[in-house]
Design a protein around this ligand. Sequence first.
Ligand code: NQM
Length: 360
Amino acid sequence: MQLRGGSSKGLYFRAADLPDDPAVRKQVLLAAMAGVGPDDRRQIDGLGGADPLTSKVAIVSPSQRPGADLDYEFVQVVVGANTTDGTQNCGNLLAGVVPFAIEAGLLPATANETCARVFLVNSESICEVVVQTPGGRVNYAGSTRIDGAPGTGAPILCNYLDTAGSACGSLLPTARLVDAIDGVHVTCLDNGMPVVLLRAADLGRTGAEAPEVLNTDTALKSRLESIRLQAGPLMNLGDVKAKVVPKMCLISPPRHGGIIHTRTFIPHVCHAAIGVLGAVSVATACVLPGTVADGVAQLPAGSQAYSVEHPSGEFTVTLEIDRGGPTPEVRRAGLVRTARLLSRGEVLIPEGIWDGKTGR
Ligand code: NQM
């Protein structure tokens, strides 16, 4: 099936429908999304949308783990690179996982709403997801609006538990709140998504430039890539040349009543909004004293709702913070998404690829 999940779109597969051999599975996903043959940024011979936000795959199965109902593995098909990357999570596609599982017969719906615990295979953590299921059917229609997707839909509540160190092993993988790379102060943090935060002003930008402007700013992009390639090993991610993490987030003071203003590169294209777990990581950096966001972010008094501004609006993350220890710890991150089932059917994979005889 193809679903819009939050502000992304992807193909959702039952794990049992894909080949077991990881190498063959990779070729099948590349063929489904990008087509077979030389690197093609247009993804003209596949179902991907030639954009990182529409070149995504969710693989779902009933979970055998105690305390989990479903397993969800995320795969990013890297546009124009003939490869896939499973290092990161995707909190947008996650919004479609429970609806897909119900539609595909992997999970029974319960009356009015269905609450499922989803195990995120990429980060080995849990998210509790609540979906509206009146009469035992998924309801997609509703009045909830999320920036980065048109129209409105039924709310899907996502409560992430223990997201710290999802891919890097710890919240602050360099063990410092601030590092200097290429003479620029950065904060390297992973609370669900590995992100490098940089003050836009330190790079001579306002941080409010339109994504189209930033996407053609080759001087900025090459500085960011140089910093990213050095941050990768420091963040325990190894060589990140062919990986889509860490994300690079330019921060500046809020302009619309939120806590911070952002432009996020994922990692080479500027996001039209901000990723779900990217927003959780950025909000976390804002509540930790001493990061590069200190003095830039404006925190609300007496509220747990943190609004992260991005190019197409804002993203509110509710953080449950334990302030009992020497540094604040995020116990739970809650947010709202919507999703919509777009199509269901067969995606046709050339035979040679399915039986593992054709490499790319
Ligand atoms: O951060 C984009 C998106 C994402 C990932 C990206 C995401 C997340 O907007 O959890 O959702 O950062 O590559 O879908």
